[in-house]
Write a protein that binds this ligand. Structure first.
Ligand SMILES: [Zn+2]
Length: 84
């Protein structure tokens, strides 16, 4: 599986606070997305659907494909964080 460290590095590229943000929301699915105001904020939303996170999603799923040969259709976001 893709390492959480790699994801953190990607987060840094966009926003230093994002890592903390993810940590804070790790086990809590907040009511509303802080990025695009989508009604439900989940990691699933951030890493697959959020339009504000498109650049990171592209990097993330690109890395996943490179490392595993599988993509978005094969893994859930939960899988990616399985080593946490
Ligand atoms: Zn969003």
């Amino acid at each position: 599986m893709i390492s959480i460290g790699r994801i953190r590095v990607m987060n840094k590229q966009k926003n230093k606070k994002t890592g903390q943000y993810l940590k804070r929301t790790k086990n809590a699915d907040r009511a509303e997305c802080g990025w695009c105001q989508y009604k439900t904020q989940t990691r699933e939303h951030l890493f697959r659907h959020c339009k504000e996170w498109k650049p990171q999603q592209k990097i993330l799923w690109g890395e996943v494909r490179k490392e595993t040969g599988g993509g978005k259709d094969r893994f859930t976001v939960r899988d990616l964080f399985a080593d946490e």
